[in-house]
Design a binder for this molecule. Structure first.
Ligand SMILES: [Zn+2]
Length: 439
C-alpha cells in the first residue's frame, strides 16, 4: 500500500477514536446532568407552564443503544466502501458486468445493482436489529418480522431502481468534464431534487402507505379554520396509516408546487388532543408558508457543489496515489463508485453539524409560527412532551451526539421555547404577522 494512503488511514482511525471518546464522555456528562437537575415527576403546578421530567430508565437505555449503533453505522460508512476498494471487489464487479453486456449504460446499471445488493446484505444484521428487534424491545413497533421484511425489500427495490436509472449520469459528466464535473453535478442536483420533491408524495410515498383525507370531520373542519387564518390555499392535509407500523407520532410537510401537502401520522391524531393536533398542523403550515422545502433544495444544491468539489480534489489525489492497485485509473470508471462514496461520507461527516444547525433553525422558526398562530403555548408544550416521551427520546442528548444527529432542536429546548415565547403579552409585534390574516 502507498505510504501516503497508509498514513491517511492511520490519521483517520486516530481522529475517529478521539471522536468516539468525545461522544462517550459527552453522553456521560449529559446523563449525570439530567439525573441531577431534572425533576422526577412532571408537575404541571403552574397553569400554562409545562416542565420536562427526568426520562425513564428505558429512555436512558435506548439512548445508549442509539449512540452505539450510530457510531457503528458511521464507521461502516467508511469501512464498507474501503473494503470494496482495497479488496478489488469493485473492479471485479465491473469486470463481471462488462462481460454480461456490451452497452456502457447497462454495464453501469448492472454494476450498481450488484453493489447495492452486497451493501444491503452487509448492513442487514444492523438494520434488522435497529429497525425490528430494538423497536420491539422498546415497545415502539407494531410490525411482524414478515411485514418488516416486506417493507425492507420494497424500499430496497424502489431505491435501487430510482438510483440505477440515473447512476450513469454523474459518471458521464465526470468523463466529459474531468475538471469541472463537481460544478455541473451540483447544479444538476437542484432540478433533480426539485423533480424528486415533486413526485415523491404522489408517486413514491403511496407505494409504502395509504394517504387519505383526515377522517375525523370535526377535526378536519377545525384544520380548515386554522388554514383560513393564513393565505394558504388549496392545501391538502392528509393522514397516513402509520399505526400499522409504529406507535410513535409525527407529521411532515412535503412536495412542491401543486403536490405540496401536510401529512399527519394517524398515531398523532389518535394520541393527541384537538388543540395539540392543531398546534402540530400550525407548525407544518409554518414550513409551508416559509417555503422550507424548496429553500432546503436550493441550500442542499449549493452546498453539494462545495462538498463535490472537495470530493473531486480528494478522490483524484488518492486515485493518483493508488497507482492502479484498486483496478481502475479514472474517476469516470464505475469501479470508482466506492471511492467517491467514501469521500462523500467523509464530507458528510464533516458537514453534518452545519446542515443540522441549519435545519434546527428552520424548525425553531416553524415552532415560533405555530405559537404566533395558535397562541396556545400550553398545547404546543404538551404535544412536544407527549410526542417525544412516546418515542423514548431524551429531553436532551450529549452535545456531540446532538450536533451530529439532531435536525430538530432538543425537546427540552422546544418545551422551554413554547413556555416562554409570548410576545403579545408584552405588546411586541409578531415575527410572522405577515402570514396571519386575523389577530
Ligand atoms: Zn418541522
Amino acid at each position: 500500500m502507498n505510504k501516503e494512503i497508509r498514513k491517511s488511514i492511520l490519521i483517520f482511525l486516530a481522529v475517529f477514536a478521539v471522536f468516539v471518546f468525545a461522544v462517550i464522555i459527552s453522553e456521560s456528562i449529559n446523563n449525570t446532568n439530567i439525573i441531577n437537575t431534572y425533576p422526577d415527576k412532571v408537575s404541571i403546578a403552574v397553569p400554562d407552564i409545562v416542565s420536562v421530567s427526568k426520562p425513564s430508565q428505558e429512555a436512558f437505555d435506548f439512548q445508549k443503544s442509539k449512540v452505539a449503533t450510530w457510531l457503528i453505522r458511521l464507521f461502516l460508512g467508511f469501512a464498507v466502501p474501503a473494503f470494496f476498494l482495497f479488496s478489488k471487489l469493485s473492479a471485479g464487479l465491473r469486470d463481471w458486468a462488462s462481460c454480461r453486456t456490451k452497452r456502457w449504460v447497462s454495464m453501469v446499471i448492472l454494476y450498481f445493482i450488484l453493489y447495492s445488493l452486497i451493501e444491503t446484505l452487509i448492513y442487514l444484521p444492523l438494520d434488522v436489529y435497529t429497525g425490528f428487534f430494538r423497536m420491539h424491545r422498546y415497545g415502539l413497533s407494531n410490525q411482524t418480522l414478515t411485514q418488516w421484511a416486506v417493507e425492507l425489500i420494497k424500499s430496497f427495490a424502489v431505491n435501487t431502481v430510482i438510483t440505477a436509472v440515473v447512476i450513469w449520469v454523474p459518471f458521464l459528466i465526470i468523463r466529459k468534464s474531468p475538471k469541472r464535473w463537481w460544478l455541473y453535478l451540483g447544479l444538476v442536483s437542484i432540478p433533480y431534487l426539485m423533480i424528486g420533491s415533486y413526485v415523491q408524495p404522489v408517486v413514491i410515498d403511496p407505494i409504502f402507505n395509504e394517504y387519505k383525507q383526515v377522517e375525523d370531520t370535526q377535526l378536519s373542519s377545525k384544520i380548515d379554520n386554522l388554514l383560513a387564518k393564513t393565505d394558504i390555499e388549496n392545501c391538502q392535509v392528509l393522514q397516513v396509516d402509520k399505526s400499522k407500523e409504529t406507535n410513535q407520532m409525527n407529521a411532515f410537510m412535503t412536495g412542491v408546487f401543486n403536490t405540496k401537502r401536510i401529512v399527519l401520522w394517524d398515531t398523532t391524531i389518535n394520541y393527541l388532543n384537538t388543540d395539540e393536533i392543531l398546534g402540530v398542523v400550525a407548525h407544518e403550515m409554518g414550513h409551508y408558508l416559509m417555503g422550507h422545502v424548496w429553500k432546503s433544495i436550493v441550500f442542499g444544491g449549493f452546498s453539494s457543489i462545495l462538498v463535490l468539489y472537495l470530493v473531486y480534489r480528494l478522490s483524484n489525489r488518492f486515485l493518483a496515489k493508488s497507482n492502479g492497485s484498486w483496478g481502475f485509473g479514472k474517476l469516470s470508471d464505475i469501479a470508482a463508485l466506492p471511492l467517491i462514496m467514501l469521500m462523500i461520507n467523509v464530507m458528510l461527516f464533516i458537514t453534518s453539524p452545519v446542515i443540522n444547525a441549519y435545519s434546527r433553525n428552520i424548525e425553531t422558526e416553524a415552532d415560533r409560527f405555530e405559537i404566533e398562530l395558535t397562541k396556545n403555548n400550553f398545547a404546543t408544550a404538551t404535544a412536544t412532551v407527549k410526542m417525544h416521551q412516546q418515542s423514548l427520546a431524551m429531553p436532551e442528548p450529549g452535545y456531540v451526539y446532538m450536533l451530529w444527529n439532531y435536525d430538530h432542536p432538543t425537546y427540552k429546548f422546544r418545551v422551554d421555547f413554547a413556555n416562554e415565547y409570548r410576545p403579545w403579552e408584552n405588546g411586541e409585534p409578531l415575527k410572522y404577522q405577515k402570514y396571519i390574516k386575523f389577530k
